[in-house]
Design a protein around this ligand. Sequence first.
Ligand code: HEC
Length: 157
Amino acid sequence: MKIYNVLKILLVLMISSANSQPPKFDYGLSAYKKGNCMGCHKWHGDGGPGYGGAALSLRETGLDREQLTKIIACGRPGTNMPFFDKKAYIDDRCFGMKFSDFEGDDKNRPLVAKSYLNKRQIEAVVNFIINDLQGQKVSKDYCLKFFGKPTKSCDGL
Ligand code: HEC
């Protein structure tokens, strides 16, 4: 009857793990962190003043999915919004422009991100902006999701 007991334990384990809620992993949030978007747009996504100019609010942005994807991949030359696509400005995928087109034009030269995002990560961070930020006020739920635990930033939300 030993094997029966082993099966019983396995069954109990399976049921209890199905009932416990694992922390929800959001690939888009992890891409937001990998790209250090919060370095400029802040953890809450509302942006604000920082070194080199104000990052726009991702909660108030009016850009659609296609435009969001483009600006994250290509950055916005002439501003402090960096590009996250490793191949940007190497071939002509971004506005038909290459680095050589910016020679002698340091003011508009595209800014390289500190760490690149691949296509899937860019897609995920766009989903994250659309689902968790755009058109929404910062909430306690969002704060807990971002930090993964209660922190001082979440007090008073
Ligand atoms: C080094 C600072 C910096 C980092 C890092 C950064 N941004 Fe930006 N971002 C900016 C600035 C500055 C602007 C405003 C550009 C302008 O003035 O048009 C901007 C603009 C944007 C916009 C356009 C908003 C609009 O309504 O036009 C989007 C979308 C955006 N950033 C997303 C991101 C995402 C996603 C990440 C991370 C993957 C990121 N940014 C990382 C500085 C940054």
